[in-house]
Write a protein that binds this ligand. Structure first.
Ligand SMILES: *Cc1c(COP(=O)(O)O)cnc(C)c1O
Length: 422
């Protein structure tokens, strides 16, 4: 599908008068329409809730938009819990799906009455020691091992992943939790990442539904919810079609009617923890071409770098690039579009066919709304950019200011003998 930026060159020329490049910008209209579609797709399930994976886009303004749809937050660290709480989420609107969890984080999650999702059987004792009495509702994370396959091939490799419990362990965990007074149970699994197919959630749901029917018989545990977690993907490349959330919701419904209803477990809630699908396409990194270099290849140097968007450097991920104002120009050149880090993997695009780029052109890097800004880092003393929100009325709001050198040096502020100045 043709990828079209949600801002024009003219809009960016206005925006940079106040907020210079580089910046991440989010499309409120797109976020809201998608959130509504997710809600509608699962409206057949009375207890459905999406717990937005905070790690994807940890910005309070974004979380508050999603709160309008009665979504919750999926957190996995102390600061993510703080962020969720500060935006007014609490109790059953917070899912704490963490792993290798420090004691103080469990204590805090418990204080907020978050739903705690245990990554390992050994965490039962660990948690009990911290909180005394276990919460009434608890969840466990499942890892079936092996490979996860759909009709179009192997999607991922749970047998190689550090998360979750084996089938034997999870049954044992539910028995122990029940014996310790837990009354309502959830199950969680994340078996494949960035799946661009409508089959993933339905297949995962079917596997988890069958499993809880068995476990319910074996243990007598009452299951309150099935948490399908994240993994619903987006097409980063223009040759792929986006997932159809309605088809995904219907697929999960079919599995529910086939497995859950006949087992007499109707009333089971479906939960999700999507990050990428909720925000990915509705964010972009806007940067400016500031250098062109002709050596053995053609390079365009921009004012953003991998510190602003790590995915290409870290995973070799493709992010589509549009030269604003040249949307319909012929792609006559082949460029590497690169940032300024002293790291040769700092390349937003490699051997990319693009229209001729002139210095000062604005480069729009697509699909950075999830796991984009959030993965930012400070190598080479590079600073994190601003985040902007393109509001529904077309106006632009600053939702995180750009870092300054003072932010970078802030962790030296407790030392009397060090003062860093220009
Ligand atoms: C990362 C993560 C998510 C979100 O994953 P997406 O691929 O962004 O949807 C959800 N749940 C857990 C536990 C995660 O670690």
């Amino acid at each position: 599908m043709k990828k079209i930026p949600f801002v024009t060159k003219e809009q960016v020329e206005e925006i940079v008068k106040t907020y210079p490049t580089p910046f991440h910008i989010y499309d409120e209209k797109g976020i809201r329409e998608n959130a509504k579609a997710v809600k509608e797709a699962f409206a057949w399930n009375k207890g459905f809730r999406e717990y937005f994976a905070v790690k994807a886009t940890p910005n309070p303004y974004i979380l508050k938009i999603l709160k309008d749809y009665d979504f919750g937050c999926d957190c996995s660290s102390y600061t993510e819990l703080m962020l969720a709480k500060s935006c007014g989420f609490d109790g059953e609107h917070i899912m704490f799906s963490s792993n290798e969890t420090p004691a103080e984080e469990y204590a805090y999650a418990n204080k907020l009455n978050a739903i705690i999702n245990l990554d390992d059987i050994t965490h039962i004792d660990f948690l009990e020691e911290i909180v005394g009495t276990l919460p009434e509702t608890m969840s466990c994370r499942f890892n079936p091992g092996g490979v996860f396959e759909l009709s179009n091939g192997i999607m991922d490799n749970p047998g190689d992943s550090k998360y979750g419990m084996t089938r034997e362990q999870i049954v044992e965990a539910y028995k122990i939790l029940k014996s310790k007074g837990v009354r309502k149970f959830g199950i969680h699994a994340f078996l494949a990442s960035n799946t661009v197919t409508n089959e993933y959630y339905p297949e995962l749901a079917a596997q988890l539904f069958e499993l809880i029917v068995e476990i319910q018989k074996e243990t007598g545990c009452d299951f309150d919810f099935v948490n399908l977690s994240g993994g619903v993907g987006i097409p980063y490349t223009p040759d792929k079609e986006p997932n159809d959330i309605r088809a995904i919701g219907e697929g999960v419904r079919k599995a529910y009617e086939k497995i859950i209803v006949p087992a007499g477990l109707d009333g089971l809630k479906i939960y999700a923890e999507m990050g990428r699908f909720m925000l990915g396409p509705y964010g972009a990194l806007v940067t400016k071409a500031i250098h062109e270099k002709h050596i053995y290849k053609e390079y365009i140097g921009v004012d953003a770098c991998a510190a602003n968007l790590m995915r290409p450097a870290m995973y070799g991920s493709y992010h589509h690039v549009t030269v604003l104002g040249k949307e319909n120009a012929e792609a006559t050149e082949v460029y590497d579009v690169v940032g300024s880090l002293c790291e040769n993997n700092d390349k937003f695009a490699i051997d990319r066919k693009l229209p001729k780029i002139d210095m000062g052109d604005y480069i729009y890097i697509h699909d950075t709304g999830a796991h984009g800004f959030a993965m930012g880092y400070h190598y080479n003393g590079r600073l994190l950019s601003a985040e902007l929100l393109l509001q529904e009325d077309g106006s632009v709001k600053l939702i995180r200011r750009a870092e300054t050198p003072a932010d970078y040096f802030a962790t030296f502020d407790c030392f009397e003998d060090i003062k860093i100045t220009e």
